[in-house]
Design a protein around this ligand. Structure first.
Ligand code: G3H
Length: 257
């Protein structure tokens, strides 16, 4: 019979780091799905990971979601590295989620907590061709989109594909299509299958896949046993640098390696 090995947190971190070729992995104790302590810890570890890579005059793009909101809550003003010349921007436009967890809200909240500046992108994420082309040519939108695409750091959440598709109120035909394509994960508006292949992308302003691929520091933050397959799929995509997760997800991830 298969006996699951019980590893300590440091051993889990090292296994995952090596297994996916990451720069750094942080595993906090517990399970995000059931523990409010773990939510706090993941937020704190995410905040620390971000501050550890920030430099002067940085541009940081952030996604929305409850995980990113928990990171924003834990960010504190760094004592000896002023961030007043740095910018926080949303990675994309709105994704039809509640205001508290939209990327714009997270970006402005984080900026205020560390004394940085922020710029917002006020466009819906699901754009028709026509709206897309007129917005792309609008000078104000162009200015902020240019700044977003210059981000040196991206901090993003990872969600289960079907859960996110429901949260974003995709229509039943679209849901079926994602299911047929084997979508397991959703992150920054893209859907990934178990090999880390992008199976669905949306016409979007803000960060495109090619921007993420060329971003210097990509930080993924996600925990909970229920997200393990989704995290694995995004790690397989192969462009993460730092992963912040929890013990429950990490134990499942090492079994998928
Ligand atoms: O794309 C993934 C979602 O933003 C994750 O959302 O942090 O609320 O689970 P969550």
């Amino acid at each position: 019979p298969l006996v699951k090995e019980l590893l300590g947190l440091a051993a889990l971190e090292e296994r995952i780091r090596k297994g996916y070729g990451l720069r750094k992995v942080i595993v906090v104790p517990g399970d995000w799905d059931v523990s409010s302590d773990t939510k706090q810890e993941l937020g704190r570890a995410g905040a620390k990971a971000l501050l550890s890579v920030m430099e002067e005059r940085d541009v940081v793009a952030v996604t929305g979601g409850t995980t990113l909101a928990s990171i924003a809550e834990k960010l504190t003003m760094p004592v000896n590295a002023p961030l007043k010349d740095s910018w926080f921007v949303p990675a994309r436009g709105g994704l039809g989620e509640s205001l508290e967890i939209q990327a714009n809200t997270i970006a402005s909240g984080m900026a205020k907590r560390v004394g940085a500046g922020y710029r917002l992108l006020h466009v819906p994420d699901l754009l028709g061709e026509e709206a897309y082309h007129s917005l792309v040519n609008d000078p104000n939108t162009q200015e902020i989109v240019t700044l977003i695409r210059k981000a040196r750091i991206v901090v993003h959440g990872i969600g289960d594909a079907m859960e996110m598709a429901h949260r974003r109120k995709l229509d039943p035909a679209m849901l079926q299509e994602l299911r047929n394509e084997g979508a397991l994960a959703e992150s920054f508006g893209y859907y990934f299958d178990q090999e880390g292949k992008v199976v669905h992308k949306m016409l979007t302003l803000g960060l495109r896949l090619e921007d993420i691929i060329s971003t210097e520091v990509v930080i993924g933050v996600a925990g909970g046993k229920s997200k393990a397959k989704a995290i694995h799929a995004v790690l397989r995509f192969g462009h993460e640098d730092i992963l912040v997760t929890d013990e429950a997800a990490a134990n499942e991830i090492v079994a998928l390696l």
